[in-house]
Design a protein around this ligand. Sequence first.
Ligand code: SF4
Ligand code: SF4
Length: 311
Amino acid sequence: MYRFRFHGRGGQGMKTAGRILGTALFLEGYNVQDAPRYGAERRGAPITAYVRADKTAINERGIIINPDLIVVADDSLIPMPAAGVTQGIGPDTVLLINSGIADEEWRRRLNISSRILILPTEDYEDRSQQPYIGTVCAGAAARLCGIVTLETLRAAVRQELGLFDENIIAENIEKAVLAYDFMAPHEGLLIEGKEVTAVDYVRPGWVDIPIEDALISSPAIHGAATSVQVLTGLWRTMRPIIDYENCNKCAWICGSFCPDNAITTDDRGYPAIDYDHCKGCLICVAQCPPHAISALPEASAAKRDQLEYAV
Ligand code: SF4
Ligand code: SF4
């Protein structure tokens, strides 16, 4: 079975990348699963999309722990443990990164023996803002597995983007084909992963999610400027936590990058996170120069709060 994992930020098209690749593999006669994983309204937050493909029935379910190919659309996610980019990486896993940094440098930084390739994209000052990066990722992944023809890739892009304007579809097909052609020297590089038997499955734990009153969760909004009343912090799955011992008080950095304006400064000039409105995108974690912000899964953070409260 082939297992693919796409990593990017909400808005980069990783869900679409997974769908295009999944459709292409399906059109080639494979059984396919494709599923993204993210919370509500995750623009800018780390998201993951998974694709499995096999000639026989796929009984495996859930997230992919040991992928054959990891595609990373935004290299700022790699050093962020919460994004889990290198989770389950093995010697046969291929890592394909959209990055301005060379593959040797990534191999040195990550200290892994896995094959690392750099995505063929034009030079942008901010590569995470590249248009159609999802389609580029899908085109490159299709060539690396060596089982998708160019015609099938074109058909899959058209099928998945069918509701868009013809010009947009044509531009996406062009980007996918460019990436597909660029990966020609590495065609068929992926090694099909082994079956995982049920005894190896890790049993998932329960997650308790706070419940709001229905009138708050689904309000009728008749006025403007009400977003402050929407507690987006309830959607958070990872909580950014500031280590004030290492904080340089350069809150113009974390505060400016926060897309939800959830970081202000206190009277002493230190940054303060408004957890009622922080959605957990973790952009501040990636941008903080001295790495003074770390991320903790929300459930662990809540447990930690309870313990602190009890003390
Ligand atoms: S960017 Fe980091 S070091 Fe600077 S104020 Fe924010 S948390 Fe502190
Ligand atoms: S505080 Fe950090 S994690 Fe929360 S929304 Fe702002 S940038 Fe994202």
